[in-house]
Design a protein around this ligand. Structure first.
Ligand SMILES: [Zn+2]
Length: 147
């Protein structure tokens, strides 16, 4: 509204700060307990009768299930100002839920399947109108930025 520096999520409703901690915002089926991310409008479990879903803050730690190194620029929505090859991981959050996200804070050649990760919120790029555009990523759990 004013030109003041603000920060906005790259897509509304993907993540939120809950008690100061970054959490992905998903949904959970009230009937069968299946979790969804991004949010689902109804349960997709064919065996589920009720299908009524409710918002759920998902676990913010997990383990790396799989990953790939991206050597090309992401689509415009996820553009980056300082682009370089980056790792895209599939992170197992438990609850039967696997979430895709960029990896950060770890050199590409030190990424290991099964490593413990935590959710972080980082700037993706600076938008002239919207300010700093944020996204969620996964960083090594417990480790600071690798030296
Ligand atoms: Zn269900």
């Amino acid at each position: 509204m004013t030109g003041a520096s603000v920060a906005v999520p790259v897509v509304d409703g993907l993540f939120a700060l809950v008690a100061g901690e970054a959490r992905l915002t998903g949904t959970r089926c009230a009937s069968c307990g299946t979790h969804y991310f991004p949010r689902a409008i109804s349960c997709r479990n064919p065996a589920c009768r009720d299908k009524q879903v409710e918002p759920a803050a998902l676990p913010n730690t997990g383990t790396l299930y799989s990953y790939t190194i991206q050597h090309y620029q992401p689509p415009p929505l996820f553009r980056m100002d300082d682009w370089a090859p980056y790792a895209l991981g599939v992170v197992d959050l438990g609850e039967g839920l696997q979430v895709m996200g960029m990896l950060t804070g770890v050199p590409l050649d030190e990424i290991r399947i099964g490593m413990a990760l935590r959710l972080v919120i980082e700037p993706l790029y600076l938008d002239a109108e919207r300010g700093e555009v944020l996204t969620y990523k996964f960083a090594p759990l417990g480790g600071e930025q690798a030296a």
